[in-house]
Write a protein that binds this ligand. Structure first.
Ligand code: ATP
Length: 362
């Protein structure tokens, strides 16, 4: 079992004259066997949260429970968790065999033979069986990361904690390891919390993602729910690449008034935003912007400034009122820089955020 709960977890770093609230009243539940990705910009408190869970930092207040046992102030080794770090943290003078087996050697009374059997099975699983007698300095980054994973897996802990484990690998290896970690996690069915600031890892790896900003939880949910139904402007802007476009508008009767255009809304949208303030933000994802056809309502004239053909799609950058926006359009449509076009933000695809609170209202 491994149901992990954070209740009002807060961590404040006090460095003399200034206090940094790294984690602020965080409430989060990770069910047994679930894969949760903790994502957010640099400095938002991801690592601190993970380190509190591991027992490497002391929570300032709040509670951490594992299967309803309070572990908030337990020592790391009493928590039955294994952590994988970005820099692998292997013992440099031990062989791969010793590195993988070390945890079992010091925490269990298994015989040398039993430990060796388990080391060999783990190494087979990670396809590093032929590297067992080598030292870390003889290994590539990807191989070292496999050894670090092996060291975590062999203990069969209740919880895996992974802190940006793939960020030192090149793009191709990251893709391979991403799939392997997912596969391992699902085969072993061990509760996992995985910290990253990488969009792709966040969207593809976890059952759920938890988005943090400035120490506070913004949204927790399935990746596609966070993508399609962001709870606020921060999540909308953080999840998705290229990012959602935001335009400041003002409610004006049946329209949203932008300084450069007027956007007519239906009754449905008007009702949805009825309780919001008059200052609003219209959000539209790049892939939802269309080039207008004749007769389109709400078409806005603009000039394409830069085009980036990516193959399947082309990113087209254009300006409205001095701000640059991005459209992702069909790669087969030949679009040129300096071309004058009309763009449309289809109403069924727009998001609207309260300009004051940032909360999503549509
Ligand atoms: P990154 O993605 O850059 O690793 P993060 O989201 O993991 O960032 P944390 O490392 O948890 O963020 O840091 C959260 C905040 O706490 C930051 O403002 C950081 O400077 C601060 N912080 C972290 N550790 C300490 C420490 N030991 N002493 C003082 N402040 C700290």
């Amino acid at each position: 079992m491994g149901r992990l709960q954070l209740n009002d977890l807060t961590k404040v770093f006090d460095s003399g004259d200034n206090e940094i609230v790294a984690v602020n009243d965080l409430n989060l539940t990770v069910e047994d066997g679930d894969f949760l990705v903790l994502v957010g910009p640099s400095g938002c408190g991801k690592s601190t949260t993970l380190r509190c869970i591991a027992g490497l930092e002391h929570a300032t207040s709040g509670q951490i429970t594992l299967d309803d046992r309070d572990i908030t102030y337990k020592k790391p080794k009493e928590r039955d968790m294994a952590m994988v770090f970005q820099n692998y943290a292997l013992y440099p003078h031990m062989t791969v065999r010793q590195n993988i087996g070390y945890g079992l050697k010091i925490t269990t009374d298994l015989s040398k033979g039993d430990i060796n059997d388990r080391v060999e099975r783990t190494a087979e699983l990670l396809e590093i069986g032929d590297l067992l007698e080598k030292e870390p300095s003889d290994l590539s980054g990807g191989q070292q990361q496999r050894v670090a994973l092996g060291r975590a897996i062999i203990r069969e802990p209740e919880v895996f904690l992974m802190d940006e484990p793939l960020s030192n690998l090149d793009a191709k290896l990251r893709t391979t390891m991403r799939t392997e970690i997912q596969q391992l996690q699902s085969d072993m069915d061990i509760t996992t919390i995985y910290v990253t600031h990488d969009q792709t890892e966040a969207m593809t790896m976890g059952d759920r993602i938890a988005v943090l900003n400035e120490g506070e939880l913004q949204q927790v949910g399935e990746p596609l729910v966070c993508y399609h139904q962001p709870k606020n402007r921060f999540v909308a802007g953080f999840i998705g690449s290229p990012s959602m476009n935001f335009l400041s508008v003002h409610r004006d009767g049946e329209t949203l008034a932008h300084e450069e255009f007027t956007y007519h809304i239906s009754d449905t949208t008007r009702d949805a935003i009825a309780d919001a303030s008059d200052d609003l933000t219209l959000g539209i994802r790049p892939e939802h912007i269309r080039l207008a056809e004749s007769g389109d309502q709400n078409a806005v004239e603009t000039t394409i400034e830069v085009v980036e053909p990516m193959g399947e799609v082309t990113y087209a950058y254009f300006q409205i009122g001095g701000e640059t926006y991005t459209a992702s359009i069909d790669g087969e449509r030949r679009i040129q820089a300096d071309e004058t076009v009309h763009v449309v933000f289809p109403e069924e695809k727009i998001h609207v955020f309260d300009g004051r609170t940032g909360e999503a209202v549509k």
